[in-house]
Design a protein around this ligand. Structure first.
Ligand code: PLP
Length: 357
């Protein structure tokens, strides 16, 4: 993808970079932020020009609506440094499409794709030294938008702040996780905001996740909010199963987040000749499949870890372990490898996913 724009974005550079403070061997997401951020405000029906400025605090009144009623949305993507040293952002236009859907659901005005993508490109270009050069690591990019009216009346805000910040992220290797199929609490319900990346969804997920952790699980595997009979997704990841050699993932609907990783893995799996099905997976099918050894793999997929293998699934108080292939092979790891090869420039990018800055 090539996006050429001559939009003017004023840049106020920092006088002292903090890059020498970074411990590159140990990067926890959000622990360090790159030197700059992009900010763009909206009021009285229009957007003001975006600006790039030194990373720093916002000054907001306590009555700012975003603090009270949850009118906030965000995105999460990554910039990678290829083996040749070029820096690109992975599929920003796909993230922008989701951003537009999130903004509409939360009654927020949408920044233009020019501000979102070109603004991000210039920010990442300016802070490109912050993109780590080891395989597996990346510069995490967090665009977000908050309602900034200050009055306590519940209403759709008239003013907003859009901002983008970046944070170097280490090689997030996910050790295999243990998940609990959630049969009581819901993350999202039909007609709700599950498909939007809005703050409230995550606040609502904390308590059930904490309960699962108290039982020794790492994460919950959400089921639909009506019958609790169909698998939806997990944490900040979509979920995949390999059942009888077929890669299966639940279909998208208004309770599931349309993951860019999910979409990329489906494309790569089809290209590799792996049979793929987007279809509902019931808890009964999963239980039976686990009992009979038909569920060969399970993993979460998202920007943070690419894939997160699941080694054990708890259903109604019983734990089912997924055996590891004796030769160590797995479709999940094969797909992760294919995706990483494109991202780190070890193979061609036939889909035009890498947006070079
Ligand atoms: C962000 C997110 C995902 C994964 O989306 P990616 O675009 O692949 O990072 C999946 N589920 C939820 C609930 C999320 O917030």
């Amino acid at each position: 993808m090539n996006f050429i724009s001559d939009m003017h974005i004023p840049v106020r550079r920092t006088s002292h970079s903090r890059i020498h403070e970074v411990d590159w061997g140990y990067l926890e997401l959000g622990q360090y932020n790159s030197d700059h951020m992009l900010v763009c405000d909206y009021s009285e029906g229009h957007w003001f020009g975006p600006e790039i400025m030194p990373f720093g605090p916002f000054s907001l009144l306590p009555t700012t609506l975003a603090f009270h009623y949850g009118q906030t949305i965000f995105e999460g993507m990554k910039a990678f440094r290829t083996v040749e040293g070029r820096v690109h952002i992975f599929r920003p236009e796909k993230h922008y499409e989701r951003w537009v859907r999130s903004a509409e659901r939360l009654c927020m005005p949408v920044v233009s794709s020019e501000v979102f993508i070109e603004g991000m490109r210039r920010l990442v270009q300016l802070d490109r030294e912050w993109a780590p050069d080891s395989i597996g690591s990346a510069l995490y990019i967090r665009p977000f938008q908050i309602a900034t009216d200050f009055r306590l009346k519940l209403k759709i805000a008239d003013s907003y702040r859009f901002a983008i910040v970046c944070s170097p992220a280490g090689n997030y290797f996910s050790r295999p996780v243990r998940v609990k199929v959630e049969r009581e609490y819901a993350r999202a319900v039909k007609g709700g905001t599950g498909y939007a990346k809005c703050g409230g969804n995550y606040g609502a997920s904390l308590y059930p996740t904490q309960m699962a952790k108290a039982e020794g699980y790492d994460q919950v595997l959400w089921t639909d909010g009506v019958s609790h009979q169909y698998i939806e997704e997990s944490g900040m990841m979509n979920v995949f199963f390999v059942i009888d050699g077929v890669l299966v993932t639940p279909p998208l609907n208004d309770t599931t987040l349309d993951g860019v990783t999910r979409d990329s893995l489906l494309i790569l799996a089809s290209a590799a000749g792996i049979p793929v099905e987007e279809r509902s997976v019931s808890v009964d099918e999963l239980r039976e499949g686990l009992e009979r050894g038909r569920v060969q793999e399970a993993f979460g997929a998202g920007t943070a870890a690419v894939i997160s293998p699941i080694w054990q699934i708890g259903i109604d108080g019983r734990d089912y372990t997924i055996p590891v292939n004796r030769d160590g092979s797995s479709i999940g790891l094969e797909l992760k490898e294919a995706l990483d090869s494109i991202r780190y420039g070890r193979t061609e990018d036939p889909y035009g996913w890498n947006f070079y800055v």
